[in-house]
Design a binder for this molecule. Structure first.
Ligand code: SAM
Ligand code: SF4
Length: 334
């Protein structure tokens, strides 16, 4: 039964129909831009959402108008009850998706198929094994790469997420685009964002404009085709003439897309974040466990959402360290 009183609208009239649920704070990789070098203090298991609670929360949001759910983390496939969560939530009238580092994908292919999970976003920041080891601190390139190939062979719609950083992988932009030549795959270059403990610095940022400049040096005006923006887009998309795949740039730092934002996040310990950049969050799990109705709490939290990046309206705001006192990305769920 759909409840029409819209608790998922904010004061700017944005309706939030896309929920990203983090299933765990744990990960089998240690990407330096995501996981602080000192590690993270893990929430005790008793304070994390159980399988039943994840499912109940998902149902509640769907009853209030959510039409798309993405599982993320940490690494969502590390969770032992992931197949059961996926199977149950796939029965809801929603589009389901997943963001993963692909290391455990081969174990779950049949479940993905059963649950009609079609689009899978995979993080891969480099095409070179030794660079993969240095950014993820784990020797798992072959596993990740072979599983990406497996997903493509099995007909999944694969989007590769590439976080761009100066002196690390900006020299691979053209290689990644050429990777789309004969593969029906989308590569999305993501601007490096600041989170707690990830040593963000403006000088490490590779901006949307810099990506386009590099692309224009290599491909002609005629070869570079701008694709139409999707509804509630985060990526500005392009394709090279004659290439099977496409690429996009997610410019959360230099050119945000907040006007059409429809996304909200639920952390593994049941906190609602109305914006990725917000350093405040709203506890839903405690009142839920105490038997309270959490609808009015959700409504208040979403109504308070700021117009742009939780109040960081320009690039200078990112340089103020106080604005980095957000959780680390690994505990938010990207
Ligand atoms: N473990 C899964 C993975 O790596 O795909 C899912 C969780 S990960 C936190 C989700 C996404 O956040 C990944 O695509 C990752 O590249 C992105 N991400 C993490 N830290 C980031 C940062 N500082 N700036 C931009 N993107 C970031
Ligand atoms: Fe793990 Fe994903 Fe973060 Fe890398 S980006 S440390 S794979 S959660």
């Amino acid at each position: 039964m759909i409840n029409t009183s819209n608790i998922l609208s904010d004061s700017f009239g944005r309706k939030h129909n896309y929920l990203r649920i983090s299933l765990t704070e744990k990960c089998n990789l240690r990407c330096t831009y995501c996981m602080p070098e000192s590690g993270v203090v893990l929430t005790p298991k008793s304070q994390l959402m159980t399988k039943e609670e994840v499912i109940d929360m998902a149902r509640l949001f769907v009853n209030h108008g959510v039409t798309k759910i993405r599982f993320t983390g940490g690494e969502p496939l590390l969770r032992k009850d992931f197949p059961e969560i996926l199977k149950t939530i796939s029965q809801l009238p929603i589009e389901l998706s997943l963001t993963t580092n692909a290391i455990l994908v081969d174990r779950h292919i049949e479940t993905f198929k059963t649950c009609d999970l079609k689009t899978i976003n995979v993080s891969l920041d480099t095409l070179h094994p030794e660079k993969f080891n240095s950014i993820t601190k784990r020797d798992q390139f072959d596993k990740a790469f072979n599983n990406i190939q497996l997903l493509m062979d099995e007909g999944f719609n694969v989007k590769l997420n590439v976080v761009l950083m100066k002196d690390f992988n900006e020299d691979e932009i053209i290689d990644f685009i050429n990777f789309t030549k004969d593969k029906a795959i989308t590569v999305r270059f993501i601007e490096f964002m600041p989170f707690d403990g990830n040593q963000w610095d403006k000088s490490k940022l590779v901006s949307y404009v810099e990506v386009i400049e590099k692309v224009r040096l290599y491909f002609s005006e005629e070869e570079l085709i701008r694709l139409p923006n999707e509804e509630n887009f985060t990526a500005r998309n392009f394709k090279i003439k004659g290439y099977e795949g496409s690429f996009g740039i997610i410019s959360s730092v230099t050119n945000p897309f907040c006007d059409s934002c429809n996304r909200i996040r639920l952390t593994a310990n049941g906190k609602l974040k109305n914006c990725l950049f917000s350093n405040t969050e709203t506890d839903l799990l405690t009142p839920y466990r105490e038997g309270e109705s959490i609808e009015s709490i959700i409504k208040d939290a979403i109504f308070k959402k700021k117009a742009v990046r939780s109040g960081m309206t320009n690039l200078e705001d990112f340089e103020n360290l106080d604005n980095h006192s957000n959780r680390s990305m690994i505990t938010i769920g990207g």
